[in-house]
Structure formats: C-alpha cells, structure tokens
Design a protein around this ligand. Structure first.
Ligand SMILES: NC(=O)c1ccc[n+]([C@@H]2O[C@H](COP(=O)([O-])OP(=O)(O)OC[C@H]3O[C@@H](n4cnc5c(N)ncnc54)[C@H](O)[C@@H]3O)[C@@H](O)[C@H]2O)c1
Length: 272
C-alpha cells in the first residue's frame, strides 16, 4: 500500500517503544493517529510530540477489555474517519520459570499478547472488509514467534499464535480481495523498557512473578536497552513493509541460524 497519506492508523501500545516509533513514521507519512495504551502519562507525551505533524487522538485502553476496545474503536473512527491501518502491537514480556507458572500468569499473558491482537481484529476487520477501502494490518509477534529462543513458554506460546494468525489472515481470500495487506512484525531485540513495564503491568494485573525472576528480568531489561536496535529504525522498517506488503518484518539477523535449524528439522521429519 503506497497511499498512507490521510489514512487513519490505530496503534495499540502506541504510547511507548515500538508503537510510538510506528506512530512517528506514519505521522511523517501523512497518516492520522489513534494511539491506544494503558500508560496515561506516555499517551500525553506522545500526543504532545506528534500533534504538530498530524491529527492525534489518544485512548486509555486495556486491549484485554473487549467492551472498552469497541468504544475506543468507535470513538477513533468518529474523530478521525475509518481506520484502514491497524497495528496490533501492545504486548508484554517476561513471565516466570516453568515450574512456577500459574493460571493467573497464563491468563494475563495470553489475554494481552494474543487476545489483544484478536480483540483488535474483531473491532476493526469486519468494518475494513465491508467498506472496501483497502488497508493494512500489522500484528506484532516476536522472533520468539518464529523459533523457540528461550524467551519462556508464556511468551513463545503467545507469539507463535500471533504469527500463525497473521499468516492465515494474509492468505485469506476475503482479506486479499478487499485489498487488505497483512504483515507480522517479529522483532528480536529492540531497545525499549518492555521488561520493566511488563513487571509493573503483571503486578497491577495480579499476576505474581517470583523475586528471583524479577531480579533476572530486571538485568535482562537493562541489557536490552543497551544492545537493542533503535525503535526508530524499527518504525522505518514497518513503514517500508506496509508500503511493500511484506509478509514478515524482521529487525536483525540474530535468529537466522536458529530459524534455519528449526526449518531443517521440520523438513527432515517429513516421511519418505
Ligand atoms: N522490545 C523488544 O525487544 C521486543 C522483541 C520482540 C517483540 N516485541 C514486541 O513488540 C511489542 C511492543 O513492545 P515494546 O518493546 O515496544 O514494549 P514497550 O513496553 O516499550 O511498549 C509496549 C506498550 O504496550 C502497552 N501495553 C502493555 N499492555 C497493554 C494492554 N494490556 N493494553 C494496552 N496497552 C498495553 C504498554 O503500556 C506500552 O506502552 C510487544 O508486542 C512486544 O512483545 C518487543
């Protein structure tokens, strides 16, 4: 899709990190922005930063909340016109050791990382199909949605599901014939505060994480900020991928050998 100008983009997790970088790039390309997030302070900052470039509306939204999602979707379209660019990007990382998993942790993870994406599709896709204005959907998964990386079973389960959902949606004949492209964003390491934000969000959601994991993840979070790719580089990759309707957006080459090994093992498992 090359006609980004004047289209309306709805971006979850749009107040920080990768979502904010997507907002910046699409604002510069002329899109109007609806930013949805849990983080009220960051929404205010994002709006202040971007409102001189384009029209920006912000919505306090927990992507797990279906009723609130439907209201935010309606409000965004009343204010900015039909949403034709959808970024299902909000997500959390971390979790706990496999012997300390609880149903609370599973529910929280799957509800944010997978149902958050599903709720976005349910709120917008039927209208996008019906209106025939074309458009593009980017679902944020992870490199951990392409191969098991040691990111933990909660994260990997949720992100593999987002990759599968996106691939199926992309080949769907109704979606294709409505001129709606689909890409899945599979970042590896991007310099954001996702780890500390996720620890805070887990505790507000009542999903308990052990002290030992909190310490481990806090250190990993600091390292991520030092070694990760910049958010603005990722935002540019997303803009290019939408323009070219690329299936996958991969942010560095770190997982290349692991993906090859996985693919080879699958191919070798085919019977003679
Ligand atoms: N940073 C990385 O290295 C990395 C790697 C792989 C995948 N990802 C994925 O990229 C996406 C964005 O992550 P990021 O690194 O920019 O993180 P981030 O923490 O900087 O941004 C995520 C945003 O989502 C919001 N959010 C979290 N839960 C929410 C909820 N329930 N409802 C609404 N908003 C919510 C947060 O408030 C935050 O503003 C996530 O899906 C994440 O899993 C990130």
């Amino acid at each position: 899709m090359t006609d980004i100008h004047e289209r309306t983009a709805f971006i979850t997790g749009g107040a920080n990190g990768i979502g904010l970088a997507i907002a910046r790039c699409f604002a510069r390309a002329g899109a109007k922005l609806a930013l949805a997030d849990l983080d009220a302070g960051a929404l205010i900052r994002a709006k202040a930063e971007l409102q001189d470039i384009t029209q920006v509306e912000t919505y306090m939204l927990d992507v797990r909340d279906r009723a609130a999602y439907a209201s935010a979707a309606d409000a965004a379209e009343r204010a900015l016109g039909p949403v034709t660019l959808l970024f299902n990007n909000a997500g959390v990382a971390g979790g706990d050791a496999v012997n300390r998993l609880t149903y609370e942790l599973w529910d929280w993870y799957i509800n944010v990382n997978l149902y958050g994406v599903i709720n976005g599709l349910m709120a917008f896709l039927p209208k996008m199909l019906e209106r025939g204005l074309g458009g593009h959907i980017v679902n944020t998964a992870s490199g951990a949605g392409l191969v098991a990386t040691g990111a933990g079973v909660l994260y990997t389960t949720s992100k593999f599901a987002v990759v599968g959902l996106s691939e199926e949606l992309r080949i769907n004949s109704e979606v294709k014939s409505a001129g709606i492209g689909v890409s899945v964003l599979c970042p590896n390491r991007v310099a954001t505060d996702i780890i500390s934000r996720s620890l805070d969000a887990a505790s507000s959601a009542g999903a308990r994480i052990s002290e030992e994991q909190v310490k481990k993840q806090t250190m990993a979070g600091k390292a991520l900020l030092q070694i990760g790719v910049s958010i603005d580089a990722v935002g540019e990759m997303v803009l290019k991928a939408v323009r070219e309707n690329a299936p996958y957006i991969i942010t560095d080459r770190q997982l290349e050998e692991m993906v090859k090994t996985r693919t080879q093992a699958i191919l070798e498992a085919f019977p003679d």
